[in-house]
Write a protein that binds this ligand. Sequence first.
Ligand code: NAP
Length: 458
Amino acid sequence: MTITSFNPATDAVLAEYDAHDGAAIEQRLERAAGAQRAWARTPMAERMALLRRVAQTLREQKATLAPLATLEMGKPLAESAGEVEKCAWNFDVYADAAPGMLQDQIVPSSATDSRMVYDPLGIVLAVMPWNYPFWQVMRAAAPVLAGGNGMVLKHASNVPQCALALEDVFTKAGAPAGLFTTLLVGSGEVKRLIEDRRISAVTFTGSTPAGRSIASQAGQALKKQVLELGGSDPFIVLSDADIEAAAAVAVKARFQNTGQSCIAAKRFIVEHAVADRFVEAFVDGARQLVVGDPMADGNTQGAMAKRNLRDELHAQVEASVQQGAKLLLGGKPVAGPGAFYEPTVLDHVTHDMTAAREETFGPAAAILRVADAAEAVRVANGTPFGLGAALWTADLDRARQITRQIDAGAVFVNGMVASDPRLPFGGTKESGYGRELGVLGLHEFTNIKTVWTGPARA
Ligand code: NAP
């Protein structure tokens, strides 16, 4: 099997790799197992020192790493550079916080001493998507490694250079050989990897259908799993909100990463009273986006990662227009090479239209107009997803009540949903389960062991 690196902005093939065969996989898993066993016994201070060196290496390598992400998945270079910085920040945050998070927790009971201790689980298999080819992996890797585990990465098949570059970052940072291992394999290998005795747990980020499949395989193998899946995040704007600020943030929330983010705002749910004002400011903002070569300075929207994904997005836009949505901006693929798509805004979308029912993974926004906050919440909750949500209002007391009514893993009030290493991240409903980042992200891949001790002599 060949794994092909191609540039979605030019359609050029960048490199081709033979996928790892059975013998190479075996050799890499064996090496990973040895490295993890030693790592689990490595003193905490040494583990944290490696995390810091990884952060430093990422920063040193930023000028090499960032173009790789842009070349392989089409996002503007400045966004790729920001992504590398964020990975480094994540490693620094865990290097500071993990020792405290992993300290024994004394729990009073009838014992002389009873406590929870956090042991490593073993090797975590990471099956990852291409949309943030560094961040998705490193978001998971920092807490996994801090906890004394190893990581084996099966990255998306369209970002092999990024996958190999990440392994190289760990080598350059002085990680034990095999502690972080990239396998160049197709998705057909995942089941066998999950079943392998050397794999203890799985972290998956990607689409809901693939998540279902991995969940059933991991369930069958009785291995712990964390699933970060798709989303159709609502961005609710109530009539007392700062409309201009909301619209400006909304443009970023929808179009950054060329709209290919799980936590991108996808459905803008706006109270009638302010809808015209919001829509005008939002469309004005979207019009300012400059679509073009993601390697060139000044372009703020790059190519989508694959042509088939652009075709799917276009079909969703066309279906929604046929169903009665009003096209205010864009609505077409950009002619010429590359998987470029015009920044697109659909108004008067209703909850039963394609753009509201399905995840739109690209630069197309759906605006849904509602009568009041109660209808906004009903519409927001009216999808199978539950990843993030944004709520804009001047009334923070009311906001606190509304946040509790929204089915989502996170609600951001007067801001846009974003991941932050210090805060837990994850979804509910068909957006997945388990948490990454924060203290919960670290504890997910530990064996939380209860140690009960009675008196030394009766
Ligand atoms: P995807 O098609 O599900 O692929 C993700 C990873 O899973 C890739 O490594 C892929 O390998 C592998 N894969 C695909 N089908 C599989 C299967 N049946 N069994 C085992 N592995 C399988 O998703 P994507 O297109 O890369 O990413 C977009 C999706 O990810 C969107 O739905 C988005 O919302 C979601 N996402 C979620 C989060 C989150 O944190 N919740 C973050 C980012 C993205 P191949 O490339 O070799 O097929």
